[in-house]
Design a protein. Structure first.
Lengths: 110, 112
């Protein structure tokens, strides 16, 4: 049974710091891995999709890597801003559904 | 290109009642999935629909049921509501997951 774990559960940092959010999964036979952002009480916004044949994806200040053999993905946020404050969710695609971690709640203060 | 839209945004129901939530998929997407997100938790997979047929189901009882229509929109029905059904219900559409999933803003259901 696929299980997804995210570390840390919460993070509070001053503006400008570079951040690393971690995601691990127990079954390496995944189709895709997707990172989402969720603001309080809102839906999910897709940040990055890494297909199983890829090792990383970049979008602006965000970079996500995928190592299937070790069951790990990392989301790197450069030069964090207060507007980055949200919960970040990692989800692995097991071909017919997404399995989510419980998220990392990020607060960036000025 | 329109995104995924869900209605209503908020809903309050009494225990034992029935509820229907609605979702319009993103243009070009043929697969719709539903997720339940309890407070402080990650979303949990309820079921997925492809070509109007259920194409996968999570660990939810039969009182959770759904439909997909020819235009790929979808409904989630929950019968005999329980207090624990209070959650954010998220709809996601995809092209069979090939380019990832697009989520709607969710429906906040409160059962009292």
């Amino acid at each position: 049974k696929q299980e997804v774990t995210q570390i840390p559960a919460a993070l509070s940092v001053p503006e400008g710091e570079n951040l690393v959010l971690n995601c691990s999964f127990t079954d390496s036979a995944i189709y895709n891995l997707q990172w989402f952002r969720q603001d309080p009480g809102k839906g999910l916004t897709s940040l990055l999709l890494i297909q199983s044949s890829q090792r990383e994806q970049t979008s602006g200040r965000l970079n996500a890597s995928l190592d299937k053999s070790s069951g790990r993905s990392t989301l790197y946020i450069a030069a964090s801003q207060p507007g980055d404050s949200a919960t970040y969710l990692c989800a692995v695609d097991n071909t017919d559904k997404l399995i989510f971690g419980t998220g990392t709640r990020l607060q960036v203060f000025p | 290109e329109t995104g995924v839209t869900q209605s209503p945004t908020h809903l309050i129901k009494t225990r034992g009642q029935q509820v229907t939530l609605r979702c319009s998929s993103q243009s070009g997407h043929n697969t719709v999935s539903w997720y339940q997100q309890a407070l402080g938790q990650g979303p949990q997979f309820i079921f997925q629909y492809y070509r109007e047929e259920e194409n996968g189901r999570g660990n939810f009882p039969p009182r959770f049921s759904g439909l997909q229509f020819p235009n790929y929109s979808s409904e989630l029905n929950v019968n005999a509501l329980e207090l624990d059904d209070s959650a954010l219900y998220l709809c996601a559409s995809s092209s069979q997951g090939i380019e990832g999933y697009t989520f709607g803003s969710g429906t906040r259901l409160t059962v009292v």
